[in-house]
Design a protein around this ligand. Structure first.
Ligand SMILES: NC(=O)c1ccc[n+]([C@@H]2O[C@H](COP(=O)([O-])OP(=O)(O)OC[C@H]3O[C@@H](n4cnc5c(N)ncnc54)[C@H](OP(=O)(O)O)[C@@H]3O)[C@@H](O)[C@H]2O)c1
Length: 326
């Protein structure tokens, strides 16, 4: 394979020494300007390889920033798509869109999750300039406040460890701008929740220890469930691959929720926050649970739709996130 830009426009199939080559021209999806002309592209070249060739002439658009499409407004082609399997002639016209500066998913998740963990602890330890000088570095007299700190920290440490050791993501990067949006959401809510739960005037839940115990059981049950689903999803995808399969219940009873919903990890995640809201009886926690539930419902519906589209034999009983309802 070789590439040069822009220059020659040859609409014939190259036949060189028995080898057949294709021509690929890359146009700007918005302006239709010609950005690149690649001759001698092997028919079995993947989109990832074409992106690498394009980068040689336009180093500012590294492969993760590129979206290549067959139609200017169509879907992005997958990196593993092969040129000869696409509905193109000997001269393939691809349309390019710049996805913007990218950042790795792992960095994104670490930033998103380390933030709430640390922010919550600042309020828990009542560092200066939060509640007034007389409360600096004091400790709450309510045991539920200490339990809530353990649960909150446990949740985010679990997520950090899962991000590093469990999840097998199919996308290496995401747009840099998303990190500002996501961090505002996670950091902002963590600060708001922590401010009230660790406030010197915080009042413990109405039904005392009974309420806290019940809430703790719900929280731990859902954390275990969420972790079990993450392990099940990891086991669906061999290391280094991007394969997507239908998840089914395994021997682990927590995964049996796959019988009824497509994204049980989201169901358990929402359950954990409901448990935390009952434990702390704190309005910002209830609102965080509600916003998280709405967001995860939107994603779960999208994932459910993709499963139905991709797999003809997808189990019909499943709902996206709440059994039989949603
Ligand atoms: N509190 C909140 O607001 C909130 C919001 C979102 C997430 N979360 C938490 O973060 C966790 C991870 O979120 P997520 O949105 O990344 O979850 P997800 O889409 O269910 O993905 C979890 C992991 O499993 C992989 N995966 C999913 N379906 C698969 C399939 N059919 N075959 C093979 N691999 C598959 C994903 O890879 P891909 O890279 O291919 O997707 C990813 O690595 C959630 O379970 C939840 O606990 C919390």
């Amino acid at each position: 394979m070789s590439g040069f830009c822009p220059s020659l426009r040859i609409s014939v199939l190259w036949v060189l020494g028995g080898l057949r080559f294709n021509i690929v021209e890359i146009l700007d999806a918005k302006t239709r300007d010609k950005l690149c002309f690649l001759d001698k592209v092997e028919p079995n070249a993947t989109i990832a390889e074409i992106k690498n060739l394009f980068t040689k002439s336009h180093p500012q658009w590294y492969p993760a920033r590129q979206s290549l499409r067959l139609d200017p407004k169509g879907k992005s082609l997958k990196d593993e798509d092969v040129l000869q399997n696409l509905p193109v002639g000997t001269t393939a016209t691809l349309y390019f869109r710049d996805l913007g500066a990218q950042i790795s998913w792992v960095t994104v998740f670490l930033t998103e999750y380390a933030g709430p963990l640390l922010i919550y602890l600042l309020f828990y330890f009542r560092v200066p300039f939060i509640y007034g000088p007389k409360y600096d570095f004091t400790s709450s007299k309510h045991s539920v406040v200490h339990l809530a700190c353990i649960c909150h920290s446990f949740h985010y440490v679990k997520r950090l460890l899962e991000t590093i050791f469990v999840h097998r993501f199919s996308h290496g990067t995401m747009p840099l701008r998303n990190i500002f949006k996501n961090c505002t959401y996670y950091w902002g809510f963590a600060a708001w929740m922590a401010y009230y739960i660790n406030h010197p005037l915080y009042t413990p839940p109405t039904y005392g220890d009974e309420q806290v115990k019940l809430a703790l059981i719900i929280f731990l049950f859902c954390q275990l469930g969420n972790f079990s689903i993450h392990i099940a999803l990891r086991n669906l995808r061999p290391a280094g691959s991007k394969t997507r399969k239908i998840p089914y219940p395994t021997k682990n009873p927590f995964t049996w929720l796959f019988l009824l919903v497509s994204c049980p990890n989201y169901t358990y995640e929402v359950g954990s926050w409901i448990g935390f809201a009952i434990m702390t009886q704190c309005l910002p926690v209830a609102l965080f649970s509600l916003v998280g539930f709405i967001q995860m419902t939107i994603w779960a519906k999208g994932k459910h739709r993709s499963y139905l589209k991709e797999f003809r034999d997808y189990p019909p009983l499943r709902s996206p996130i709440v059994p039989f309802l949603l």
